[in-house]
Design a protein around this ligand. Sequence first.
Ligand code: ATP
Ligand code: MG
Length: 390
Amino acid sequence: MDELFLVKYGEIILKGLNRPVFESKLVQNIRQKLKGLGAFDIHRCQAAIYIEPTEEVDMDAVEDRLKKTFGIVSISRVKKAEKTMDAIFEAAVVQMDKVMREGLSFKVETKRSDKNFPIKSPEISREIGGRIADHYPELIVDVHNPDVELTVEVRETHAYVYTDKIAGAGGMPVGCNGKVSLMLSGGIDSPVAGYMMAKRGLALSAIHFYSYPYTSERAREKVLDLAGILAGYCGHIDVYIVPFTEIQLQIRDHCPEEYSTLIMRRIMMRIAEKVARSHGADALITGESLGQVASQTLLALGVTNEAVSLPVFRPLIGMDKEEIISISRKIGTFETSILPYEDCCTVFTPKHPATKPKLDKVVLSESKIVDLDRLIDEAVAGVERVGVNG
Ligand code: ATP
Ligand code: MG
């Protein structure tokens, strides 16, 4: 095949001695991402990864998946050419055709890692640049600040020619920083929270609470769909689905209404912690944002947090709803999130929730639930695991 991808990674270059670990994780994730799209030769060289199809593949599909791979900063589509000036020029024309427009400025940059190639880098740049300028009279040469930089790499077996740099998803390779569990509702916020933490190199599992028959089968499907969209970025996600009806009914029947949401959130956290620990996740993620609703005031978050000892990551804590929505649109979860299916949080919403709760009062109210520990254990025992792929 004469076309391949060159992928550059950013932040992981900074990781000193850990660098090889990060690099091999990224290569492993790329292999995983491209499964089902064909056969590839993937190798690393000087802070870049070359992804070369060894059979006919859908290059646009490959590009789409690479764009969703954390740890990748830029992606270039590269033409492979024989190591002659004519072949390099031909490949350069194919690449320039893709970007040509009136008034475009360009320059040629050459890297010659095969020192046996008889022509030196500056000369290659000069000759290819001259031939391109002749071929496209409307092009402007600008060696200082060009619109397009055409790169020629002369390597061991072939020359590689490329211009475009497509922005990658950035961040760090998923899994290189460990594994955490996302508390995933059907709303707008929690999928965005999961995306942001996966971007920091965390592998995700998800925990979802449902209250059948108060929440429907379709609400559950919606959550699995959201997990599927996230899995498009971070790979396979196991979704742990927790039956929550009994506990919600107990809260409704035994606890003061003003604390019911907070008590529910505390119990959710306790169950989530047990589920997370049982499959080796070392923190929880929520989509909470300071002040967004009564259960997310400063004091309410403190009361919720007190229920667990695992770290709880709240990457949206300082963000406005508008900012969250714009990420949600960008990553493709928004349209699914706004489907109007109920969430268990909204089924028994109190009219006047406390916004300045006192921990001791909440704990006292919570103790009115008979046998809460047993109920929690039963919920954990009733968890269903559904594996979701992107
Ligand atoms: P979202 O848009 O993510 O639903 P929200 O603004 O509606 O968030 P809440 O309903 O108060 O906020 O929930 C706060 C956080 O608690 C959610 O972001 C999510 O992490 C978690 N959460 C809420 N409901 C559920 C659920 N049914 N299953 C799992 N986690 C949940
Ligand atoms: Mg919600």
